[in-house]
Design a protein around this ligand. Structure first.
Ligand SMILES: *Cc1c(COP(=O)(O)O)cnc(C)c1O
Length: 800
């Protein structure tokens, strides 16, 4: 057997491996082993099987001196690893059988794994999908991130309100990582810049060590594995025993305190940004450790740093790692004596920047005071990059640049530092050009490119939806998992009534299973015959959960007024977290729960409408809810959602989208066909027009009796009887500060929802549309996206 294809494991051999690990690694006797012990033993047995392709990939990359991709991201929203690894290794069934022989159930054991939640939402989940696709495609790559002790907070509801609890994934052993204490770098902060022998030398005032923890990421069929290298912070100084013994306990621990805080917690903001010193330190901690590691690896086998771009591609996932440019330039100039201009060119040829948002409140800007204080040498370098850029482009308008109004704009820094800047959907890329960086685009034509996001079909279809995955394989054969365009082969089966029935049966079984889970999670009983209408994502005003909720109230009101009309049963499923400091988003959470309480208790409507909001949305909950969805709510204000990836997961799993022309919805609709998509709402252009009317909301409300009624019910306290004024703030926002145009899109949204009802009543017609959605989603594989990055940005090929 060669290294790529280790001997296939039999059930008996794998059972022996699990037992061996249970005994000698975990140190437990089978008769006393807990679920945790079994999971550890199973994880180690699987991890052993990753090591072969992992070593093989590393050796091959070294031997061929292959160009490597470095994906820098402050977030990796991975979720559970065990089953995904088992599936990619082709060991899911063998593992289940071996465990069964040992009296254990695979799903029960796997469900005890905590989610690795080192991210907030779409951006972090994208990084995880991309890591898996790079491994699948044999693209030699490292992911670099931070090993947060506490990932994204756990969400609970108390009296309908979100409370945040510390997340604790590392309180158990993390079975998938390898600690690399020998791989560590010093990261400096503060201090001053001195000149020594003509060169600038930064003398840091404080420092920490970044220590590596490696998690292998195995691709489909175990052909290749890459490394996710997460950095944990450690004190640089040894614990000061002398000071401790003399009674100075606080001073003895000083160096430890800084270190412990840096990799302690993930910042829970998603679409907003706060100029906090600790966050800047985290960003530099990740970036500096990554750049030092990249250069160390390069210099192990090369000497000419000028040839770095031939072997190194560095991708910045948003501006969070945008100090990569200044840090690389600093080391090339101050440590290696390369001229400034040349260093800038080398860095630019290595770097790419992915823009994820146009929202002004999410664009990172650091005060020059803070930047100069925390990173004095980098502040100088940033100013020099900006000055040189202006000199090279004297026609650059005065309002364009990196340093403006005593702030460092990280978007402009990333743009000017990179040879490619990409948006994440066709529409978003157009808007990046037209609205965010029009002047820089004009100075650097061709630098901005599009790479529409994608999702990995291994996790989001094969693993999350085994019923549909099995049906797909029966219909078109194996091989779609790493060649998702083959789903198009399903089109030939869509005309077959028996196939449509089986497609509907898989959905129905997923819904029944999820209905049970919803009852356990929320106490509410829902019927699997109702439309499962799903909006699962971060809670944000631009994503417009409020629009969905106003429609929910409208449906309730309508059923009560017209009890004998032809109503189609619905379950409105919400899930998602709000940033802890985002007051309006938290009010919306409270309102969803209050509305759920009133509607679910109403005997007049209970068979027709339910509202559920299971707490603590995460990757595992997404894997549970998405395969059970009929309707995918993608209703952001046009121009605000850069891409979305939840929309792709849902459509791939046979949900029909109700959506605006925003982000990747546009391309999803192009692929699945307008007749299989429920479009509504203003376009990105119309949104700008509409906002020019200062009374846009009032006009929209006046034109809709239903919207007036719904807002009136909210204002009267129908959903908060003990505190009738609770939602006056929300009502006032809709009337007077409706920036996200909830009122203006309400009527159009309700009309689209009526079309949904009508389509759903034709059960077979709905199944046809749903199956077509699945069949036409091949384009949205993250494999396609990564091939695009490799071709257009990284200039690299597969090593397989
Ligand atoms: C896919 C995913 C997201 C992104 O969802 P959008 O609808 O694109 O915002 C967020 N959180 C989790 C857990 C996900 O799996």
């Amino acid at each position: 057997m060669n290294a790529l294809h280790p001997a296939p494991l039999t059930r008996d051999a794998f059972r022996a491996e699990i037992l061996r690990h249970l005994t000698y690694t975990v140190g437990k006797d089978a008769s006393h082993a807990s679920l945790y012990d079994w999971r550890m033993a199973l994880s180690f047995a699987l991890r052993d099987r990753i090591v072969t392709p992992w070593f093989h990939a590393t050796r091959r990359t070294w031997a061929e001196d292959h160009k490597r991709v470095y994906y820098l991201s402050m977030e990796f929203l991975i979720g559970r690893i065990l089953e995904d690894a088992a599936i990619n290794l082709g060991l899911r069934e063998v593992a289940a059988e071996a465990l069964a022989d040992l009296g254990q159930d695979f799903a029960t054991v796997a469900a005890t794994e905590p989610d690795a939640a080192l991210g907030n939402g779409g951006l972090g989940r994208l990084a995880a999908c991309y890591m898996e696709s790079m491994a699948t495609l044999g693209c030699p790559a490292y992911g670099y991130g931070i090993r947060y002790e506490h990932g994204l907070f756990r969400q609970e509801f108390e009296n309908g309100q979100q409370v945040e609890l510390a997340e604790d994934w590392l309180s158990q052993k993390h079975a998938w990582e390898f600690e690399r204490p020998e791989c560590a770098y010093t990261i400096g902060f503060k201090g001053q810049v001195e000149t020594q022998r003509g060169r600038s030398v930064w003398v840091a005032g404080e420092s920490v060590r970044a220590s590596a923890y490696d998690t292998p990421v195995v691709g489909w069929a175990g052909r290749w594995a890459n490394t996710l290298r997460l950095w944990g912070a450690l004190p640089t100084k040894r614990f000061d025993l002398a000071r401790f013994n003399s009674g100075d306990y606080a001073a003895a621990a000083e160096s430890e305190t800084l270190a412990r805080t840096i990799s302690r917690v993930l910042y829970p903001e998603d679409a907003t940004y706060q100029g906090k010193e600790l966050r800047l330190k985290q960003e530099y901690f990740l970036t500096s450790a990554a750049i030092q590691d990249i250069l160390r690896r390069y210099l192990d086998s090369h000497s000419d740093l000028r040839a770095l771009p031939a072997k190194v591609a560095i991708q910045m996932n948003d501006t969070h790692p945008a100090l990569a440019g200044p840090e690389l330039i600093r080391i090339l100039t101050d440590h290696h004596g390369i001229g400034f201009g040349e260093a800038v060119e080398i860095a630019r040829a290595c770097l790419g920047y992915t823009n994820h948002t146009l929202l002004p409140e999410a664009l990172e800007r650091w005060s020059t005071w803070l930047m100069g204080n925390v990173l004095p040498r980098h502040m100088q370098i940033i100013e020099r990059i900006d000055e040189d850029h202006l000199k090279a482009h004297p026609k650059r308008p005065h309002y364009v640049g990196i340093v403006k109004h005593h702030e460092v704009r990280m978007g402009e820094l990333a743009f000017i530092s990179s040879h490619r800047v990409n948006g994440v959907s066709a529409l978003h890329t157009d808007l990046v050009k037209a609205r965010l960086f029009p002047e820089l685009d004009a100075l650097h034509p061709g630098r901005i490119v599009n790479q529409t996001n994608g999702i990995t079909p291994r996790r989001w279809l094969r693993m999350a939806n085994p019923r549909l995955a099995t049906l797909v394989t029966e219909a078109i054969g194996a091989g779609w998992e790493d060649d998702l365009d083959r789903l198009a082969g399903l089109e030939g089966h869509v005309g077959d009534a028996a196939f449509r029935e089986r497609f509907a049966a898989a959905k129905r079984a997923n819904k029944a299973e999820t209905a049970d889970w919803i009852r356990r999670a929320t106490g509410t009983t829902v019927s699997p015959d109702a439309i499962f209408d799903v909006q699962v994502k971060r809670i944000h005003e631009y994503k417009r959960q409020l629009l969905n909720l106003l429609h929910t109230i409208a449906v309730w009101h309508d059923i009560r007024q017209n009890p004998n009309a032809n109503h189609v049963p619905r379950v409105k499923i919400f899930a998602g977290k709000a940033a802890p400091g985002y007051v309006v988003a938290k009010e919306i959470i409270h309102l969803i729960n209050d509305v759920a309480g009133v509607i679910n208790a109403d005997p007049a409507t209970r068979d027709l409408l339910r509202v559920v909001y299971p707490p603590n949305y995460n990757v595992s909950m997404a894997e549970r809810l998405i395969p059970a969805a009929d309707l995918s709510e993608q209703i952001s204000t046009a121009g605000k959602e850069a891409s979305g990836t939840g929309n792709m997961k849902l459509s791939l799993n046979g949900a029909l989208t109700i959506g605006t022309l925003d982000g990747a919805n546009v391309e999803i609709r192009d692929h699945v066909g307008a007749e299989n998509f429920f479009l509504f709402g203003l376009t990105a252009e119309e949104v700008l027009e509409r906002r020019k009317d200062p009374d846009h909301a009032r006009h929209a409300i006046m034109e809709s009796q239903m919207l007036q009624d719904v807002l009136q019910m909210l204002a009267e306290g129908r959903f908060s009887p003990g505190q009738p004024g609770r939602y006056h703030g929300i009502v006032d926002r809709v009337w007077n500060h409706d920036y996200f145009l909830v009122a203006s899109d309400f009527a159009s949204y309700c009309a689209a929802q009526r079309a949904v009802d009508a389509a759903y009543q034709d059960g077979d017609g709905w199944s046809r549309k749903a199956a077509i959605n699945t069949a036409r989603m091949g384009f949205f594989s993250s494999d396609r996206a990564i091939r695009g990055y490799m071709r257009d940005i990284w200039n690299t090929g597969s090593a397989l």
